[in-house]
Design a binder for this molecule. Sequence first.
Ligand code: MLT
Length: 269
Amino acid sequence: MPLQSPQTGLLTCGDAQIFCETFGRGRPLLFIHGFPLNGQMWHAAALRLADRWRCIVPDLRGMGRSPATPSASIAEHAQDLAAVLDRLGQVGPVVVVGLSMGGIVAFEFFRRYRARVAGLVLTCTRANAESAEGIARREALAESVLQRGSPAAADVMIDAAFAPGAPMPLRVYWYQAMCGCAPLGVAAASRALATRADSYPTLATINVPTLVVAGDSDSITPPDTLREIQRGIAGASLVTIAGAGHLPPLERPDEYAAALRAFLSGFWE
Ligand code: MLT
């Protein structure tokens, strides 16, 4: 795997500034990270795929190096990503790879920009709208992050995010990354997850090649959740990564990249 430095930049996308990295050349893959993370969570996978594909890795508004705005709905994230592709001159379709909140944004991106989607990789995500109890929990988390800072979210997420055997340095690194997120961005993302649309009706409309990926030790979106998504999408396949929790691209990058390579090699070379 040749190490390469990414092309990076801050792109103006409507009212947002979106930090974006790209690795490699070839047909494009758009990677959408989870909550409360940033595009760096894709580096290990993108570096493994950059020999054949152009990996486009943005930070969603308010996360990573993209400055926060007071609101950041799932719809706004999808619009930002379309603008990112425009700014990069990526007029043709892309394969959209989303993890968790990134998968929720991928569903919205598909609904809005169907012609721009050549395929989907839905990793450790969910299709349901939030429950009343979940809305209250996410609103409370947003309030607590605004009062105490992003460690309030990191404390809730960190143990659930990784499989029990995940290496301590990986946990420590990502705990610190979560703590370093802008509180305004984390609160807005928590509220975006609370108000997300029901994507179950979308599943039957998905008519592009789709890979669904689960982590066998994921306690946030357990394998059954992903199996249900796979069953709802005609022709979708499911790969379950052994020894991974909610973050297979970080926990098992070789296996995760191999699953994407096998999937993409069928239609996107
Ligand atoms: C994520 O990884 O994006 C979050 O776990 C989403 C969620 O809490 O549902």
